[in-house]
Design a binder for this molecule. Structure first.
Ligand code: XMP
Length: 517
């Protein structure tokens, strides 16, 4: 990272709030680099990080809990400005000599604050009736010495507090969520006025610094990259190509479970347009063979994951002599999450390239490991990747195999692929592509009766799945207009031989999942 970026960063200490990542995204959107670390990061490590400011996140805990997450009080002596958000504010009050009152009931939802102390973090914010989002149990009864009330609401006499001498501030509400319209300004006031940050974190500066870092690291060695056609691996490939040119070798494995036209697009974009060294392997026959008569979805995933590694290793060996393996790991995978949420249950195993590095004894290059998904898209744009790839919906590694319920056959895959392609076309044509998280076809393992012309048919059923989501953890079915649904259904039944019925999946996640398998 170039020097100027390094010295302009903010540290977010995570106490387990669901919105901690949102805080980080808001800070980055304001062009300030930040990282999330667990609340118990030692003062030594914090000093090494050299933050211009510290943000304490919210938490599901109460400072009165026996096992409440606390920070080492030494962090208040480092001379670094601090902003406490919700629990973060209560924690500051608790540790700096104030009193926090145990809640009798939670305050959750919209509220209005009146600002008692304009200026500082409230510079240029409407002093009366600003809308904010509250979500807290406890509240502050007595401010710590040296602090004054900066804002109040009907329910929270201390909706914000500040100690301008020490540059310590706290807000009871959540400035990071969209329901707090002035939240971005409050955060920016903290970053720029209180911490003195400069807005130097841009994707252009990121690209420049990464290119330099990759060049220095790779030297005369070679790098192999598994290209999937998804946003992350595409951005990695183009970024590395910019940095090291022909020392990068990409491998694209066609597992026979891709969408219509995908293999061709990848070759056209990466080999023809970007002139990247690309090995295209058509392993579809091998995959279909291994999957023959496999019904269990987890079994399918395992087979596909393992065979992918086998094929990839084989091709990498042909290229030979590469020291590094490039991977599109993103920041959310890197953040050491605070385990208040309990062990999250593994519902579906996701086999992508996870097993590769250990098996291949290669060193990893992960140029995107500091980025959130929206930043990866910006980098893609900066690098001139086509919009179609940048805005592409996620597509599961095991591809169509987990959308064809039951055993896979070549003809059924073709039916699914055709139906899916109609869905893609129509969702794009009606302008809904950007609004939905994913939209796709599922081929059901049943037949139903229909009538075409004078003929009775007994054909297959396609389920249309289209969901809205922000992170795939929860999702709701998209309220697609009836005429779009009608067009998709008509086209599939008329154009895809073997299908006589289309149904729309109106289940949310949870309790359903996005994919059917
Ligand atoms: P579910 O079905 O669990 O899916 O609601 C959540 C998100 O994950 C994707 N998904 C997968 N991605 N390998 C992947 O790379 C997989 O095995 C896999 N299974 C589900 C799914 O498309 C959705 O975006």
């Amino acid at each position: 990272m170039v020097d100027s970026l390094h010295h302009q960063r903010v540290l977010i200490l995570d106490f387990g709030s669901q919105t901690t990542q949102l805080i980080a995204r808001r800070v980055r959107e304001s062009h300030v680099y930040c990282e999330i670390h667990p609340f118990n990061m030692t003062p030594e490590k914090i000093k090494d990080f050299q933050p211009k400011g510290l943000i304490l996140s919210g938490s599901p805990s109460s400072v009165h809990d026996a096992a409440a997450p606390l920070v080492d009080p030494e962090i208040y002596t480092l001379g670094v400005p601090v902003l406490g958000i919700c629990y973060g504010m209560q924690l500051m009050a608790h540790q700096l000599g104030g009193t926090v009152e145990k809640a009798t009931r939670r305050e959750y939802g919209p509220a209005q604050i009146d600002i008692d102390h304009p200026g500082d973090i409230f510079t240029d914010i409407d002093p009366q009736g600003s809308r904010v989002w509250m979500s807290h149990g406890d509240r502050i009864l007595k401010l710590p010495p040296g602090f004054e009330t900066m804002a109040h609401s009907d329910n929270s006499p201390e909706a914000a507090m500040g100690n301008a001498k020490r540059n310590f501030y706290g807000v009871q509400f959540h400035p990071e969520v969209a329901h707090t319209p002035c939240g971005k300004d409050i955060l920016e006031n903290f970053l720029f006025r209180i911490c003195g940050c400069r807005p130097v974190w841009t994707m252009q500066s990121f690209v420049e610094s990464q290119i330099e870092a990759v060049r220095n690291k790779v030297g005369d060695d070679r790098v192999i990259c598994a290209l999937s056609g998804g946003v992350d691996s595409s951005v990695v490939a183009v970024l590395l190509h910019k940095a090291i040119g022909q020392k990068l070798h990409c491998i694209f494995v066609n597992n026979g479970l891709l969408r219509k036209g995908e293999a061709e697009t990848v070759q056209r974009v990466f080999r023809d347009h970007f002139e990247i060294n690309l090995t295209y392997v058509d392993a579809s026959a091998e995959f279909l063979d291994r999957l023959h008569s496999v019904i269990d979805p987890e079994q399918k995933r395992k087979i596909i994951g393992n065979l992918f590694i086998e094929v990839f290793e084989r091709e990498a060996a042909k290229i030979g002599g590469a020291r590094y393996l490039a991977q599109g790991t993103l920041y959310p995978d890197v953040i050491e999450s605070v385990s208040f949420k309990g062990p999250s249950a593994v519902i579906k195993t996701h086999h992508n390239v996870g097993g590769l590095p250990a098996r291949m004894k290669m060193e990893l290059i992960e140029p995107l490991r500091e980025l959130f998904k929206d930043e990866v898209r910006l980098v893609g744009r900066e690098l001139g990747l086509p919009e179609r790839i940048i805005m592409r919906h996620p597509f599961p590694g095991p591809g169509l195999a987990i959308r064809l319920l039951g055993a896979l056959t070549g003809p059924d895959l073709e039916i699914l692929r055709e139906a899916d392609s109609i869905i893609q076309e129509e969702i794009e044509a009606c302008g809904w592509y950007e609004h939905v998280w994913q939209a796709f076809a599922v081929l059901l393992p049943i037949r139903s009766v229909g009538v075409m012309g004078d003929e009775r048919t007994y054909d297959q059923v396609i389920a249309l799945r289209a969901v809205e989501s922000v992170d795939a953890m929860t999702a709701d079915w998209a309220r697609l207009p009836y005429d779009v649904l009608a067009r998709i259904s008509n086209r599939i039944i008329n154009e895809v031989k073997g299908v006589n019925r289309v149904v729309y999946d109106i289940s949310s996640k949870p309790p359903s999942t996005i994919e059917w398998e």
